[in-house]
Write a protein that binds this ligand. Sequence first.
Ligand code: SF4
Length: 689
Amino acid sequence: STMRDESIARTKTVCTYCGVGCSFEVWTKERHILKVEPTHGPANGVSTCIKGKFGWDYVNSDERLTSPLIREGDGFRRASWEEAYALIARRFTEIKAAHGPDALAFIASSKCTNEDSFLMQKLGRAVVGTNNIDNCSRYCQSPATMGLWRTVGYGGDSGSITDLEQAGLVIGIGTNTAESHPVLATRVKRAHKLRGQRLIVADLREHEMAQRADLFVRPNPGTDFVWLTAVTKYILDEGLADRKFLDEWVNGLDEFRRSLDGYTLAHAEEVTGIAQDTLRQIAHEIVQADGTCVMWAMGVTQQCSGSETSTAISNMLLVTGNYMRPGAGSYPLRGHNNVQGASDMGAMPNYVSGYQKVDDPAVRQKFAALWGKELPTNKGLDNHEMVHAVHDGSLRAMYLKGEEMGIVDSNANYVDEAFEKLDFFVVQDIFFTRTAQFADVVLPASPSLEKEGTFTNTERRIQRLHQVFKPLEGTRPDWLIIQGVAQALGADWNYSHPQEIMQEIAQLTPLYSGVTYERLEGFRSLQWPVLPDGSDTPLLFTQGFPFPDRKARLYPAQFIAPLEVPNAEFDLHFNNGRMLEHFHEGNMTFKSQGITSKVPGTFVEISPALAAERDLESGRFVRLVSRHGAVRVKVLVTGRVEGKQLYMPMNTPDAQQAVNRLTGSHTDPSTHTPAYKDTAVRLEVLPEM
Ligand code: SF4
């Protein structure tokens, strides 16, 4: 029958998995999802990947939290919202009175909306009085942002996802794009196939994009900085640079050139293992291409040199004139759906919303005038520093939402010990997560399908999600929970809808100044900066760069070598990352039957050469041991990895066997992003069972 069933609703929402930001209509009948239909998403057109299409069962999972929980002895008991809020307010107040506001810390979520993140940092700053606030971009993309701030002034993708199709050359470095950003990868695949776009991939692992590439190089782990810098020096030395662009738009060339001393092609070959001829070929491909885009992700950023390598990418693009036009520029690919937004909203220790510096008197005055509260002046702690501060006793209480920190932070055993030491720990989530086991109070939140709000995707695109279902009985949207905590602490907050929060964001944040819910109705979207009249900025740099003289800045080269280079005791390099079907720790996707039926568990990839050497076959269990911990995992023998390099997906249903039992606490020094990819292990074959 073609008769329309009136009880079927169609609601536009935005995917809550990756930073591509696909939007689509969800067809529902009561609380059942009938289908997910992409129709005219500005980032995705009519496409989605498996997660966007089938990854929603978790919303109706029996395991959803449906009541606040309060610790009692070794367990938890259900409690009313009033009791939970009162307890939080009492403990926060006691701890602040005894140890000062900086004994408390707040962690916002990159899965939550902009409005949620904005309120979380407002709670920390305006109600409690601390800048101890951060979000999980600390675990992934902060180094990319750092590299871009130093050089071009904005930490975002230079253009739209669609612009990638216009590039003559796309270079992917440390990004497993086809699995981590599937719908974005299809743009590149299409241009490569149909338009003759060139594709160069640098990675440890021969994933799908590497197989498709015109040129695939495998630099030694943690050495991308060296080949990028040598290629840049070669381009300058051979007179292949874009002189006109450099003269007109770029500062700092002389100092930059001096910093390149010693970065010869011969040196790069020695350090990276990439032949000099190949490096020369890369240089010529870049200068000959009609526009080069560089995409990069965690293979670059989760290294000791994450910020420096991101800087080297941007330096190379400046030297070759690859900014200020479509089909050129930087594409740091954001992981979570709202990694970009959580940082935009000021869930960071040194910035309020829109990357306005906390220590700038004019900024502080503007916020104080609207909030009626002075902002704390001292720089707060980032996530990484928070864990150390708990260990040293200076940080006593934490309020964390939507983040499985006990699995996704590096050196998980050390993080567990910190959780145990906290005097008071509040965890807000949709499930009783592993991290929640350490909490004193657990607050049940509503997932994206039950919320109104906005997300900002990797291309700086702000999109609205419209509420598909009412919050599950017993749960509340995050913004409302944060408001409840603020009110219990005596704050006069009375937002009745996230729209009012966005009005405040727009008022205080130049990048978002023209954002209103009306301008984001349905499938409409805006890419920041958004001017007060509502005009937006699909191409980020059109009239120069956001510095006083509108010129970009070359930033001197400085290499930070990997720390855990394999040795006799730990002889294998341990790489880790995503897989297509699952998302992060898997709290959502492992509860989606459509996904777990395809990919039930985890594994470690080893090369055929290593399998032969150790007499191993796929399916055999091994123990991996690092300086920081050990895991037991099944082997998968595959040609995707080479030699003594291992690869293990971060997604696992068993936290005791997760990747971060093996990773250490060393970081990129400029951002404190953990060097997850800089890990050495040994492999012990377990007896067959
Ligand atoms: Fe799109 Fe990413 Fe969601 Fe897949 S996970 S549907 S690519 S936003």
